[in-house]
Structure formats: structure tokens, C-alpha cells
Design a protein around this ligand. Structure first.
Ligand SMILES: *Cc1c(COP(=O)(O)O)cnc(C)c1O
Length: 461
């Protein structure tokens, strides 16, 4: 075969598995000469199959560079549009720690200039740890969401005295009363009367005040920030533009009674292209529309452009991790044409709980035999005894290399970096995957695959 046709063939497979495409977060992924998954980090590269042969499965691999790049890009893109469009407010990125609190996620984000958004006293405690270890500049800004227990509030006050900008977000009347005694700036959360196309579109939202309540409250002591959070995985740019317009109208009214109000925090929700659909918005187009809308609306309302905060968690964290399993065996699904079960050596209910909890879809690819044309339609089954422990791509099916003629097959689920770790569990006492960190061309073990003794310990044995 000539080199040219070999390259063409490789391109075909790369396209088939949707690798090397920025819109799908696979720009660093490629296929090696032997049909193995390659992940690039600048001029370093990792042969994922070789890594897995060494460390076994089930395994998660984290790429901190992905986090660094995404945070840097996000901040640069916002600042670029702010400049180009003549927007007068500043931009602050706050990494929503709840998306992934693992050290290897949080520190690279902070290193690239991320501020933080914490959801609980325990997450704020991690911030205290970082400060104590001199891990970062005490000028970092921290938004505090979630119910403010006394413990949480005293930690907020403690960190404030250390010089951090810590902004508690008031979510109910009790907190409003309590925060009247707080010495620093505060934010307040509105539950906007609006629906967008998104994963979480619940009729009843228990977070924050209604718009009506906020207008009735009027003046809030030391109020700097108006905050809202609509949903996760917002499906379209309109899902950001609509709430932003509504929030700015409210912001303008609130500013009359609260002249020191100067910041709008639009929360999380930037989506991850899990489903590899065409026409998923890019981060760039989203940022452009946000800044453009903010400018246009403020000019119409004749108010000063507020500083803008986004708390995008999944957007930064999801693409930074892949989860890898070995296919243990296959079975016929029965009553489903020629679809086969592929049983993996891990568990969707334990390791990727959103598969089960919110019917999350994933981009699934093989990590060896990527250049075979013999494929089967499959459903994936986890190793627990639970009939819900499966991934069927929403009842559809996934194409993967035909197992019959292969010595062994490993698969990767992409974009698994957000939320799955802190939600992980131990159904059937299966071990959690090992966690590897791939950085600067080297592999570090951040967490070994759990031994029986360790799992038993969690249950008092
Ligand atoms: C969960 C959450 C976020 C992060 O949401 P993503 O969808 O991961 O971007 C941000 N802000 C608040 C208040 C949240 O509850």
C-alpha cells in the first residue's frame, strides 16, 4: 500500500470514530499505526492501549492539560470579545468545584487563572487547604453556593480574614437575615421565571428567590452580585441568551436600590457534545453571543455593563477524563435483531452513574482494533448483578469491533470527567477504577484500583 492510501484509510477510521474534531472535544485523539488510540499533549503522545496493558482495567485517565487549555481558552475568548465588542465590565471565570473536586482537576484550573465556585462547607474546606499549602494567590475569588450552615458561614468568615474575596450567595429569607451581619460583599440568587431546552428543566426549582420576591426585598446590604443558574447541559445558545436578557432587566431594577451591585453571575450549564450531533455550539460562539447580548441589553436599559461571571463546570472538566474497560464477554440480547451485549469489567451504576441516573449518553470508542471494518451493534453491560447496570445509547445501539475474531478488546468512554467521581458508589462491592494522570508525557497513579480489603473497610469490615 502506498503511504498516501494508508493515510486516506487512517483518515477514514479517524472520521468514523469522530476523532480529531474540535467541536467534539476530540482534537487530541488519533489512531496509531496498529489501530490503537493515541492521545496527544502538545508534542507528547500517549498510546492508551500500551498504558492499559501496563495498568489494567477498569481505569480512568485524566489529562490535566485539557483542563489548562480549556480554562485558558475560555478566559482569553471572553476577554477578546469584551475588547472587540467594547464591553465595559470585567470577566471572571469560576470553576464549579462540584463538577470534579479531584486535586488533579482543581489545581490545573486554578493555575490557569480560574476562580472557584463551591457548593458546600466541605468544598470550601479544600480551598482553605490550598491556601494553607501556599498553593495559590490569596486574591482568588470564591463564590459560595449551597445552604449556609453556621459551620459554612464561619469558614467563609475565616477565609475572608485571610484576604480571599469570598462571596456568599444568599438563597433564602433565613440566609438574608443572617447575612445582614456579614462584613463583606454578598450575592443573591434569583430563580428566573424562564424555561430553556436543557437536561434539567424541572417545573419546581427550590433555589433562590423569585423575581417578584427580590423586587419586594429591595435593598440588600453589601449586594455586589446577582446570580442565577438555569440548568446543566443547556442545548442551545438561545438557552443562554434568553435568561441573560431576563436577568439583566431584573439587574437594572435591582440596581436602583442597590447602587453597589456591579456583577452578574450566569451560573453553569455550558454543554458537552456527548452525543456527537452536528451543530452543537462551540465555546467561542457561545461566549460571543453572551457578551454581545449583555452589551446590547445594557445599552438598551441604559445601565453600566456589569462584570460577568460564569461557573461552567462540566465544560472544563468533562473532556479531561476517559474511562476504560475491557470487554469480558458477549451474549445475544435476544428480541433485538442482532444486537449483542458486551459485558465490561466495571459498572455504569458505580463508575458512571449518570448513565443510569439521568440517561447520560457517551461517546464510546475502542482503544485497540480501531481500524477493523468488522463491527457489531452492541449494548454495554456492567459487571454488577443489577439489570439497570447497562448502557444502550438510549435504546439504540453502539458500533464496536466484532469480538469473535479478536484476542481482546478494550473500550473508552470519553468526556467522563464531570460529576461521575463524587457520585461513584460500590454496588455489589465492585472496586472503583484506578485513576491515572497523564501529564508531561508521563503516567502517574493517583489512585490504585481498590483492593478487596479497602472496599470491605468502607462497610465496617
Ligand atoms: C452545578 C452548578 C454549576 C456547574 O454546572 P455545569 O452544568 O457543570 O456547568 C454552576 N453553578 C451552580 C450554582 C451549580 O449548582
Amino acid at each position: 500500500m502506498t503511504t498516501k492510501s494508508a493515510a486516506k484509510k487512517k483518515n477514514g477510521f479517524r472520521k468514523f470514530w469522530k476523532l480529531g474534531i474540535e467541536e467534539y472535544n476530540t482534537q487530541n485523539f488519533d489512531i496509531g499505526p496498529d489501530g490503537e488510540l493515541i492521545v496527544r499533549e502538545g508534542n507528547y503522545q500517549y498510546n492508551i492501549f500500551d498504558i492499559i496493558k501496563k495498568y489494567g482495567t477498569s481505569t480512568e485517565i485524566v489529562f490535566p492539560t485539557v483542563i489548562e487549555n480549556r480554562v485558558r481558552d475560555l478566559i482569553e475568548t471572553f476577554n477578546a470579545y469584551i475588547k472587540v465588542l467594547g464591553y465595559k465590565g470585567k470577566f471572571f471565570y469560576h470553576y464549579a468545584m462540584k463538577a470534579n473536586q479531584t486535586k488533579e482537576f482543581v489545581l490545573p484550573a486554578v493555575a490557569e487563572g480560574a476562580n472557584l465556585d463551591v457548593a458546600s462547607a466541605n468544598e470550601l474546606f479544600l480551598v482553605k487547604r490550598m491556601i494553607e499549602q501556599d498553593k495559590f494567590n490569596a486574591k482568588i475569588r470564591v463564590i459560595c453556593n449551597g445552604p449556609k450552615t453556621e459551620k459554612y458561614i464561619s469558614l467563609i468568615e475565616e477565609l475572608k480574614t485571610k484576604g480571599l474575596v469570598v462571596i456568599p450567595i444568599i438563597e433564602d429569607y433565613k440566609e438574608l437575615e443572617r447575612m445582614d451581619k456579614f462584613k463583606g460583599e454578598v450575592g443573591i440568587r434569583v430563580n428566573l421565571d424562564i424555561k430553556v431546552q436543557a437536561h434539567w428543566d424541572k417545573k419546581f426549582n427550590r433555589y433562590g428567590f423569585t423575581e417578584e420576591e427580590l423586587l419586594k426585598i429591595g435593598k440588600v446590604r453589601n449586594l455586589s452580585t446577582l446570580h442565577y443558574h438555569i440548568s446543566k447541559q443547556i442545548e442551545s445558545v438561545q438557552g443562554f441568551v434568553k435568561p441573560l436578557k431576563r436577568a439583566l432587566a431584573l439587574y437594572a431594577k435591582m440596581k436602583e436600590k442597590n447602587p453597589q451591585l456591579d456583577t452578574l453571575d450566569i451560573g453553569g450549564g455550558a454543554g458537552v457534545p456527548f452525543e456527537k450531533k452536528k451543530h452543537f455550539y462551540t465555546g467561542r460562539s457561545l461566549v460571543q453571543q453572551i457578551v454581545k447580548t449583555a452589551k446590547k441589553e445594557c445599552d438598551k436599559l441604559q445601565i453600566r455593563h456589569p462584570n460577568l461571571i460564569v461557573e461552567w463546570g462540566s465544560y472544563v472538566a468533562a473532556p479531561a477524563q476517559v474511562t476504560i474497560y475491557k470487554i469480558l464477554t458477549q451474549k445475544d440480547v435476544g428480541n433485538k435483531g442482532n444486537v449483542k451485549w458486551y459485558v465490561v469489567d466495571g459498572s455504569f451504576m458505580n463508575d458512571l452513574i449518570d448513565t443510569w441516573a439521568i440517561h447520560q449518553k457517551w461517546h464510546v470508542i475502542p482503544i485497540n482494533h480501531m481500524n477493523t471494518k468488522k463491527l457489531d451493534k452492541v449494548w454495554l453491560a456492567g459487571s454488577s448483578c443489577d439489570s439497570d447496570d447497562k448502557y444502550t445509547a438510549g435504546g439504540d445501539s453502539i458500533l464496536l469491533p466484532r469480538l469473535d475474531e479478536l484476542d481482546e478488546l478494550y473500550i473508552a468512554l470519553l468526556d467522563t470527567g464531570a460529576y461521575q467521581d463524587s457520585l461513584a458508589s460500590h454496588h455489589c462491592l465492585l472496586s472503583s477504577p484506578a485513576k491515572l494522570i497523564a501529564q508531561n508525557g508521563e503516567i502517574k497513579v493517583a489512585r490504585k484500583r481498590e483492593a478487596p480489603e479497602e472496599v470491605g473497610k468502607l462497610f465496617g469490615w
